[in-house]
Design a protein around this ligand. Sequence first.
Ligand code: PMP
Length: 424
Amino acid sequence: MNRDTSRDLYDRALGVLPGGVNSSVRAAPQPYPTFVQKGDAGRVIDADGNKYVDWVMGLGPLLLGHDTPETVQSAVQKRTSEGPMYGMPTEVEIEHAEFIARHVPSVEMVRFVNSGTEATVSAVRLARGYTGREKVVVMQGGYHGAQESTLVEGDGDGTTPSSPGIPASFAEHTLTVPFNDEEAITEVFEEHGDEIAAVLVEPILANKGIVEPREGYHETLRDLTADHGALLVFDEVITGFRVGGLSCAQGKYGITPDLTTFGKVIGGGFPIGAIGGRTEIMEELTPAGDVFQAGTFSGHPVTMAAGLETLTYAAENDVYEHMNDLAEQLRDGLRDVVAERAPEYSVVGTDSLFKVVFTRDGEAPRNGADVGRANVQRWNRVFRPQMLENGVMLSQNQFESQFVSYAHTAADVEETIEAYRNTL
Ligand code: PMP
């Protein structure tokens, strides 16, 4: 397979973009990333003209795949031709917020921002402002974007920043616990209960393999936060309007968080984030309340139109049934291949998420540390490049989730299972 154009573009990019990319994970594939020319349904075509089955799907936003329906395309074109944005409010922002509030029972009000990171930054500030407390609890192996409060490593209250450039004093306000460990979170609340503003949790860890919650875990988080006057913040940037369909992961698990962060899918492929929750909390945000929040591009009309039309399409068609059925076929096929060829590995995922993680600790990984023991070198250096040769584009590192879209087909699934079989 000739990939010379990608190599040459990467070489050129290294001269003007730090690390050759605009988001770190894109440069994880060795020795150079694949540069994209265009998408086509469930496939992606690289700068050299090679075509791959695409399971990256924009890292999650592309619910409908690369071929957007006519309704989405015409809404985007109309908005663009009428002047892309104004710095003044538009009706489509209300319509989008109404759609979210109609489908997600915990959400009465929405504030739109421009990325998942912005959403979690604002949610943490809102939780601190609302409760008058400073500490937040996050899960080890969880990810909430490139923000100062959650880029931490360590255990319990012994955390340090996980990146240079973040003052150590920021990490002092962030506590970490292992996901799915009821004892650990209970202890943290026993010790710091009246200092904790919020527990911030992905309902399913989706940036460290795919780790599903044990039965009762989210109920424990819900009870502890409620008992201690802290907020439960579900980070549904990945799971929102993907896992659990239109009611999101919180609907699937039957949990009512105080705040939810959204991103990815709700922008229909354009930059977006959002915070949603009860009126009483949301109205603490400026200009209704005092917790400052603002953004020139927030509620961008083109994004709003693309997101709303995408979600409307999903509400009116068999989008989730198709994706989830196909993903189930894929996971079943991969389970057979793994049992036969690599019984030391695990197939993980639910709804339209899937991944083969290169580790097996018991039945399925229970937390970030289980997944962290994966065989990263083998995955990066041998497995992923070989899958590319077999025409299958997997996520850029061993830990990111992979996404089935509405545009994927049974043929994509069969080809992928075959490629895993050959490669493993
Ligand atoms: N939260 C979660 C759970 C995420 O997966 C991500 C990104 N993958 C973010 C927040 C940050 O979103 P963004 O990259 O849009 O800033």
